[in-house]
Design a protein around this ligand. Structure first.
Ligand code: NDP
Ligand code: 8X3
Length: 255
């Protein structure tokens, strides 16, 4: 696949796995995140394994000036971005609204909604100008359902669903594809981040069933990008077999 792809949140989980599968399939990659050591490690691995063209951009997606500076620094050869994968995101905390942390709320809104918008605003114009491009937003089952104590995280992913539709409508005249990938439980660093390093709580999320792995979601990304020009995958909901609803799991150990 002869495409230049920018992936936000490539230092871990879904973003990292997507970088791997796209490198294997011949994409040029721009990997982004805050943890530079991880970006460099991944870049070096992809170069040595697949002989890929890869660059890294370290920035905090919540800080508008940092995002702008990083995107403007993209070197010649990587500037024509065919695909933007808006993946960076997180949940912080799991509390009822009346006990929620406002810092957590700001972190989720600033990352999952505003950060996604900052990057899109900076990259989408070159796509509309060219009349080609594809944006994939990583949403969640939390963008379809609201579950107990998920309040602000669920709201942020509902916003991603809504923005996905909005982007598809606004960029339709320019031939830009816009897709959404909404996974259920994926075993990444997500729960460790949500529970602020409490491994016991994080591991309990996946007790008694086989969650999705980041690679399962990465395969969906590849499928979306491999469709012919006249086909767009608007929206994919991908769940572990043991999950029927945002909080309905079969924890029998059989699935
Ligand atoms: P991880 O925690 O493994 O990865 C999250 C990625 O987001 C990291 O690369 C992290 O990079 C990046 N990120 C977070 N905050 C910022 C920031 N302020 N600036 C730049 N990058 C940031 O989780 P997942 O891979 O699971 O999450 C990826 C996406 O998938 C998220 O949008 C998440 O909401 C969504 N999702 C996850 C599910 C799950 O069950 N795991 C299910 C459904 C959706 P760094 O820390 O280096 O900055
Ligand atoms: C992550 C999945 O159900 O923990 O988006 O919100 S969930």
């Amino acid at each position: 696949m002869n495409k230049t792809v920018l992936i936000t949140g490539a230092t871990s989980g879904i973003g990292q796995a997507t970088a791997g599968i796209l490198a294997e399939n011949g994409c040029r990659l721009i990997l982004t995140g805050r943890r530079e050591d991880r970006l460099i490690q991944l870049r070096d691995r992809l170069i040595s394994t697949f002989n890929s063209d890869v660059i890294c951009l370290k920035f905090d997606i919540r800080i508008r000036e940092e995002v702008k500076k990083a995107i403007e620094s993209i070197p010649e050869g990587f500037r024509e971005i065919d695909v933007l994968i808006n993946n960076a995101g997180l949940a912080a905390g799991l509390n009822p609204v009346h006990e929620g942390s406002m810092d957590d709320w700001e972190q989720m809104i600033d990352t999952n909604i505003k950060g996604l918008l900052y990057v899109t605003r900076l990259i989408a114009p070159q796509m509309t100008e060219r009349g080609s491009g594809h944006i994939i937003n990583v949403s969640s089952i939390a963008g379809r359902e609201t579950y107990p104590m998920g309040n602000v995280y669920c709201a942020s992913k509902h916003a991603v669903q809504s923005l996905t539709k909005a982007m598809r409508i606004d960029m339709l005249p320019y031939g830009i594809k816009v897709s959404s990938v909404a996974p259920g439980a994926v075993n990444t660093e997500f729960s460790t981040v949500r529970f602020k390093g409490d491994k016991e709580k994080a591991d309990a999320v996946y007790n008694g069933f086989t969650p999705l792995m980041a690679a399962d979601v990465a395969e969906v990304m590849l499928f979306i990008l491999n469709r012919p020009a006249h086909v767009n995958i608007d929206d994919i909901l991908i769940m572990p077999s043991a999950q029927a609803y945002s909080r309905d799991f079969n924890r029998s150990g059989k699935l």
